[in-house]
Ligand binder design. Structure first.
Ligand SMILES: [Zn+2]
Length: 282
């Protein structure tokens, strides 16, 4: 059972500081990193199980695409108020002070860069970018939402009061009439530039993450239960290098019984990373 009130213990902080004093640490972050920014963690405590988005729905089902764009349009105003939290800023401080080389993240929310991190490897891409399935051209989500507004005049205003589900889906009734924006270059289908369930992380992206691990003397996992395969590949790489793991996560993770686990902190990432950056004078 996850204890959402779990506290950071002083002894654990000292262990983490010691790990950072040994050399540069690679950092891998997951959904738990962004919960203090108001983005729900579907694998965390008290949240219902969720079916991961499947790219086949996106490519094969026009109704699904209509629902996606309706939700994106109505959810946009809510997402625009999301801000990086103290944990994102603490990692940026650790990077600036040379304790970490950058941040590897499973999140698609873009909050590490907005929180000041300079070298960010987004394993699953960025939700703020859309890509044409046919020709590969990319646009910002904001740009494409502008096209949506042109195609669907008055839509956002008419549905401004629609309820937003915890997974960000808008519970809109006006879906059948939605006109979906297409690629202005080739007329192709636009999709979020993120790695969906069943898709693989692009090779250059994984290579950039592996490089950070290669140059580091430990791997710190922050806010992830490591249910995602790519995260485990970075764990295995760390172990092959003979380096230790540290984990900050509320609730159990896939590496809790591994011999390489040197530090295990069951507490929030915001308070733990802030305390770490403070202790290191970053
Ligand atoms: Zn195209």
């Amino acid at each position: 059972m996850t204890d959402v009130n779990a506290q950071l213990l002083p002894g654990q902080l000292a262990e983490l500081v010691t790990l950072f004093e040994r050399g540069r640490v690679a950092v891998l972050t997951g959904a738990g990193m962004s919960t203090d920014s108001g983005i729900p963690d579907y694998r965390g405590a008290g949240t219902p199980p969720r079916t991961p988005m499947n790219i086949a729905q996106f490519t094969d089902d026009p109704h699904y695409r209509q629902r996606f764009w309706a939700g994106a349009r109505i959810g946009e105003n809510r997402m625009s108020v999301v801000e990086p939290n103290a944990g994102h800023r603490a990692l940026a401080r650790l990077e600036a002070a040379g304790h970490i080389d950058g941040v590897i993240t499973q999140n698609v929310d873009g909050l590490h860069a907005r929180g000041g991190a300079r070298n960010v490897v987004e394993l699953h891409g960025g939700g703020g970018i859309m890509r044409c399935i046919q020709c590969g051209e990319r646009w910002t989500r904001t740009e494409v939402l502008g096209w949506f507004d042109t195609l669907n005049p008055g839509y956002a205003e008419r549905n401004a009061d629609a309820e937003i589900a915890p997974d960000g889906d808008a519970l809109v009734s006006e879906v059948e009439s939605v006109r979906v924006p297409l690629c202005p270059g080739c007329g192709g289908t636009l999709r979020p530039d993120v790695v969906y369930f069943g898709e693989t992380v692009p090779l250059p992206v994984f290579a950039a993450a592996a490089d950070i691990v290669e140059r580091s003397s430990a791997l710190l996992v922050a806010g992830s239960s490591l249910a995602v395969n790519t995260g485990m590949r970075l764990v295995h790489k760390t172990e092959r290098q003979g380096n230790p793991l540290a984990v900050i996560n509320r609730g159990p993770t896939a590496v809790d019984s591994r011999p390489s686990l040197a530090v295990r902190i069951d507490a929030g990432t915001s308070e733990t990373l802030t305390a770490l950056a403070d202790a290191l004078g970053a």
